[in-house]
Design a protein around this ligand. Sequence first.
Ligand code: NAP
Length: 268
Amino acid sequence: MEKNRIINIFANNYELSKEIKRILKQKLEKSGFLVPCEFNPDAELIVCVGGDGSFLKTLHKYKFPDIPFIGVNTGHLGFFQELHPDQLDEFIFKYKQKAYEVQSLKTVKAEIEAGENTYTHLALNEVIVKGDCSQSVHLNLSIGDSFIEKFSGDGLLIATPAGSTAYNYALGGSIIDPRLKILQVTPISPMNTTAYRSFTSSVILPADLFVKIYPEPKEGHGIVIVADGMEHRYGSIDQVKVNFAENIVKLLRFENYDFWTKVKSKFL
Ligand code: NAP
């Protein structure tokens, strides 16, 4: 084997995940790989032991690295996680044989303007714009250059195809095949009364359109931006622009991977 093939392994804090990490490290080192204790940017692969939630946290912590990931599922669902903990030997064998495919997942970017400042957040699943402290919000929504509506309700969620099976799905949004480059804007508890009117279904957009959200100021109540479950607060937000980002998340998949088989096994 060539020298210095580095693999990073991360695990969440569950005992099972830490034990799988320890066993995998031993097995990889026996096979000639280097497994550093800290994140190494020269690694050829990142193994994430945990559920989808810990995979997302690792992705954010290391700022969406260009290194491919593979997940060992010790979580509840494991939609991104390709391996079961009893497949470690099979994984090493197939990895060395290069018997895998790389699934490329598109990410979304939120650019937040708050006064003089601009902040950017990336997400793999979704970006949410919602009221802080369980308050309802009024959000002026534009798609491209067209003003669409003043949304009233809990908030708006903008999902990538990879995120369409997550919170978006729980809100009644559509499952989108990740080979498509489509953004989905899904309302969170829209209000429909004589006082307020909002879309009640998701809206599906082509890749070249952007979404702009202008929150209506509401005395004493702020807006929260949530990227893959991680919350960000910026005082008074003037505008949030959301569109596809250039960053691509690469996931290793073995030859029998099929998105729709995975959907069936996890949801039906
Ligand atoms: P979390 O506990 O880490 O995740 C909540 C559930 O969503 C877990 O079962 C997780 O799988 C699953 N999940 C995550 N990404 C998925 C995907 N792309 N497709 C299908 N299922 C997926 O929650 P969190 O830390 O608050 O947020 C992480 C993600 O969870 C968010 O990006 C959001 O999409 C999702 N979420 C869903 C709901 C909901 O469905 N009502 C509410 C809040 C957040 P594992 O069990 O493998 O971790």
